[in-house]
Design a protein around this ligand. Structure first.
Ligand SMILES: [Zn+2]
Ligand SMILES: [Zn+2]
Length: 279
């Protein structure tokens, strides 16, 4: 198939701003032919997105984005084409959500001890029915005037080394890949330039990722839109024989820290497209 598409985005089921139906409507309005909904550690929005996509004639790829640990670093692995009902994946995601809930609470406790009273209740209100994440704390801090912007919330309070940082108790990368593959999906290394890794470390990640059954990597990312970055990622993708994915990592309309749906740069034409390998 051809036409613009997007294989990485978030709804309010995790830390995005729009309901799954609204994300799909936005994608259809932008003329996308295919969309993968890849919420953090949950597939709870997929059924709603599928119903909406059917009404627009848009192809919806069921997806998820897992936070995983490798060598004590947190990496993100997107699973595309997963069966959301598969029991192994369901059990794995339930485990991830417990870890996420505990982390969300622990962050709130630390922030309140540091003088940000009302942090937990505030983030809870922002998150609605979703599990509380750092992004929800950041949005509460912005809305309540504690910081001037989303980025500042991370810089001052939430990133590694700051008072509100709590390391995630995520599963091993190999386990996350196993859950995705067990559910019939393709495991994709998300935004590979987003971890601050040197080329040597990225090579180690890709060695381990491919050995564990990883099948694709994001070459065209909303967060690495420069042609130089796409070329660099394309080179790794070729070297490791992976399928090339493209995704914006959209979270919210007009959000300066994220991209619009479908706004990832174009993939180098010689790379095998992950989209074509999906059922
Ligand atoms: Zn991510
Ligand atoms: Zn994401």
């Amino acid at each position: 198939m051809s036409g613009p598409y997007d294989l990485h985005c978030h709804s309010a089921t995790s830390d995005g701003h729009l309901a799954p139906t609204e994300v799909v409507a936005r994608a259809a309005g932008l003329g996308l032919a295919a969309l993968a909904l890849t919420d953090h550690d949950t597939v709870a929005g997929v059924a709603e997105a599928q119903r909406a996509a059917a009404s627009y004639g848009l192809r919806l790829v069921p997806g998820v984005e897992l936070s995983v640990l490798w060598q004590r670093r947190t990496l993100h692995v997107v699973g595309l084409g997963v069966d959301p009902q598969e029991p192994g994946l369901q059990a794995g995601l339930a485990q991830m959500q417990r870890a996420r809930q505990e982390r969300g609470e622990a962050i709130g406790e630390r922030l309140e001890q540091a003088g940000l009273s009302g942090a937990r209740a505030g983030a809870r209100a922002v998150a609605g029915s979703a599990d509380i994440t750092r992004a929800h704390y950041a949005r509460w801090m912005v809305a309540s005037g504690q910081v001037r912007g989303f980025e500042e919330a991370f810089k001052r309070y939430l990133r590694q080394g700051r008072v509100g940082y709590v390391p995630g108790d995520w599963v091993a990368m190999e386990q996350g890949i196993e859950w995705i593959r067990g559910a019939g999906g393709i495991a994709v290394l998300a935004h590979p330039l987003g971890y601050g890794l040197t080329g040597a470390w990225l090579r180690r990640v890709l060695d381990a990722f491919t050995a564990a059954g990883g099948g694709g990597m994001e070459v065209a990312c909303g967060s690495s839109p420069e042609p130089r970055q796409v070329q660099r990622l394309g080179g790794w993708c070729r070297r490791y024989g992976l399928l090339a994915s493209a995704g914006s990592d959209f979270h919210a309309p007009g959000d300066l820290s994220s991209r619009e749906l479908g706004a990832a740069p174009a993939l180098p034409g010689d790379l095998p497209r992950l989209l074509d390998a999906l059922p």
